[in-house]
Design a protein around this ligand. Structure first.
Ligand code: RIB
Length: 300
């Protein structure tokens, strides 16, 4: 069987990651425990997650003409991601993310740089690749007009458009209708829909009026079917080292296995996400297909 063709329209960041015993209070200086540079960006993470699982992945995005940019490009190529549609922009720096890992969780501040230098025309130039994709994946770390353009092209060519609405932003009118499947957490879905953050999960999913696959961290995922019935997939128990990129691993893996049906794709994506948190860095623990299969074989 041919590998699943996935096109990721999204961000590429260098992650500057500080380990800390706890998160600092406002105005407080803390002594950290570690500092590392990791390859990241929600788009690139999803691309690498899918490529490690054997998909034919093409990334559409941009880096700056600087050291971080060339390292990230080389890394994507090494992971087997097609970077023919990743531009190197000379007027903007490569995107970076300032990440604090503490208390089993993370705080992230992204400085978008070149990720916000791509335009709808750049996405339109990739129409041929979108037209031959099995799944198109996107997130919200690039200009909204680019996400909309990708969604329209996916719709034009009858391709599933999976949107991971992170970081949370209210979705403009019309975009939701172009989305085949939305993959938010509860907070992101509330913000996407312009609803209060404490809206119950069931209400949020109903209000979306679309297929939603909601990630719930250690509680697993919940998703609706065409009849509005909710299904749940519990998470797999692992010892977390760094939860950064777990959602990205979930999205990349889900896209790879979507052709196997929702229940199987969701289960495998949850397993991939569980493995991803067992190593440091957004991409550090992303499994290969063999690693994922071995892990699933150990589960009851
Ligand atoms: O989802 C994790 C990612 O968010 C990090 O790799 C960071 O770059 C930010 O984009």
């Amino acid at each position: 069987m041919n590998p699943t063709k996935i096109t990721v329209v999204g961000s590429i960041n260098m992650d500057l990651v500080t380990g800390s015993p706890r998160f600092p209070k406002q105005g407080e200086t803390l002594l950290g425990t570690s500092f590392n540079r990791f390859m990241g960006g929600k788009g690139a993470n999803q691309a690498v997650a899918a490529a490690r699982l054997g998909a034919d992945v093409c990334m559409i995005g941009a880096v700056g003409n600087d050291g971080f940019g060339s390292e990230l490009l080389a890394h994507l190529k090494q992971e087997g991601v097609d970077t023919a549609h990743v531009q190197t922009l000379s007027h903007l720096p490569t995107g970076m993310a300032n990440i604090t890992v503490a208390e089993g969780d993370n705080h992230i501040i992204v400085v978008s740089g070149a990720n916000f230098g791509i335009t709808p025309a750049d996405i339109e130039a990739c129409e041929a690749r979108i037209a031959k994709s099995d799944v198109v994946l996107s997130q919200l770390e690039i200009p909204m007009e680019c996400v909309i353009t990708a969604a329209k092209l996916a719709r034009k060519h009858g391709k599933p458009f999976v949107l991971n609405p992170a970081p949370a932003r209210k979705l403009p009118a019309g975009l939701l209708e172009l989305v085949t499947l939305l993959t938010p957490n509860a907070y992101e879905l509330a913000i996407s829909l312009g609803l209060p953050e404490d809206t119950p999960v069931e209400t949020l999913i109903r209000q979306a009026g679309r297929p939603v696959l909601m990630t719930r961290g250690s509680e697993g995922v919940v998703y609706n079917d065409d009849n509005g019935t909710l299904h749940r997939q519990p998470s797999f128990k692992v010892t977390p080292v760094d939860t950064t990129g777990a959602g990205d691993t979930f999205n990349g893996a889900f896209a790879v296995f979507l052709h196997e049906g929702m229940a199987t794709a969701v289960r495998k994506a949850c397993a991939a996400a569980a493995l991803s948190v067992t190593k440091a860095g957004a991409q550090g623990g992303m499994p290969t297909l063999a690693e994922l299969e071995a892990f699933l074989a150990q589960q009851k």
